[in-house]
Design a protein around this ligand. Structure first.
Ligand code: GTB
Length: 223
């Protein structure tokens, strides 16, 4: 058996290879630190089975297994990778704490309203109050992006050199793909493009895309 960590990812990702599911951030972190990894692809059905729930209490992807450690929650997994390897956290203790604060900010402060908007689009579109709620959620997102944009200004990254905080923030902002929301914040759009231009990002993107391409090919053969 390989000594490399194993992560889980969708066997057939609903994002159709756009790298928007949360295994992408884990793949990217592993690529940034040069850690090879194995992937266990799971179906929506398998994720809810007891064997997978033993890894993930909520029956989701991604998970991360390394030796005896089994972890869920993409932020915790990226932090674990950052703690095990050089390259994703600054060397000084205070810089590390600030980078970790940005990891929490990405997931707790910025991703939360973006996910809520996305889910409202899937689940509440036929409700009479949908349009009103959507504009409230848009306003909440724009508020966060305005503040983030002001903080970033002309800097390349959120706090000094690229860190796990940037990695998570870029993946969170990418979830606005398909909306025009990010366009109003040119420095944030450039920030996302800067993240996507990193060679490690490109390798991670290609790896998850290859899974979609293979499943798509299988589906076309089956039809
Ligand atoms: N807080 C957890 C984490 O950060 O790890 C959230 C994990 C999570 O939501 N996982 C999703 C999942 O397993 C996949 S990433 N969903 C299946 C389920 O809950 O049954 C979310 C996601 C899904 C699809 C797209 N897409 O199609 O664009 C984007 C993001």
């Amino acid at each position: 058996m390989s000594a490399d960590p194993t992560i889980t990812a969708f066997r057939r990702s609903p994002d159709r290879g756009r790298g928007l599911a949360r295994d992408m951030r884990v793949r990217w972190a592993l690529e940034e630190v040069g850690q090879p990894y194995d992937v266990r692809l799971v179906s929506f059905f398998e994720m809810k089975e007891a064997q997978d729930r033993a890894r993930h209490p909520f029956g989701q992807i991604p998970t991360f297994e390394a030796g005896d450690l089994v972890l869920f929650e993409s932020g915790a997994i990226v932090l674990e990778i950052a703690r095990r390897h050089l390259g994703l956290l600054p060397a000084d203790a205070e810089g590390q704490s600030r980078a970790i604060a940005w990891m929490f900010a990405a997931i707790g402060t910025v991703e939360a309203p973006i996910v809520e908007r996305e889910q409202a689009g899937y689940l509440e579109r036929d409700r009479p109050w949908f349009a009103d709620r959507q504009s409230l959620l848009d306003a909440r997102i724009r508020g966060r992006l305005g503040d983030l944009s002001n903080w970033l200004g002309d800097a390349a990254w959120l706090d000094g050199p690229f860190s796990a905080g940037d990695l998570l923030m870029v993946t969170v902002l990418r979830r606005l793909e398909g909306t025009n929301i990010l366009e109003a914040y040119p420095n944030l759009a450039t920030y996302v493009a800067r993240g996507e231009a990193r060679p490690a990002y490109a390798r991670a993107f290609a790896a998850q895309k290859a899974v979609f391409d293979a499943s798509h090919k299988e589906d076309s053969h089956a039809n």
